[in-house]
Write a protein that binds this ligand. Structure first.
Ligand SMILES: [Zn+2]
Length: 106
């Protein structure tokens, strides 16, 4: 058993292993505000193991954007379009100018 925190929120859960294979979620150690209302036995599915698990879809989107995987559903196609639009429209703030813009983390 190991603890796991998705990079999509601040929940902290246990993952149950059979050898090196993850077989499911264990005890919920912490629920983030977005998932506070979920039952403990639903958290791991929502975070990962359901077909639309949040962290799974985030990982899938990264693979799509990097060209390792094709888009397989409309939700991700729409998200891909939005991310590409956002990347094309980000205005980087020049610290020497006063106009507004996004400051990217270093
Ligand atoms: Zn959460």
């Amino acid at each position: 058993m190991k603890t796991w925190k998705p990079d999509t929120c601040e929940c902290l859960v246990e993952e149950i292993y059979n050898g090196t294979q993850i077989v499911g979620g264990g005890q919920v150690l912490k629920k983030c505000p977005a998932h506070a209302a979920l039952a403990d036995n639903e958290i791991y599915g929502v975070l990962y193991s359901n077909p639309d698990g949040e962290n799974k879809r985030k990982n899938q989107m990264l693979r799509i954007l990097l060209g390792y995987e094709d888009v397989k559903d409309l939700g991700l196609e729409e998200l891909k379009k939005f991310i590409i639009w956002a990347l094309n429209n980000i205005k980087i703030k020049d610290p020497n100018k006063t106009d507004s813009g996004l400051i990217l983390p270093k």
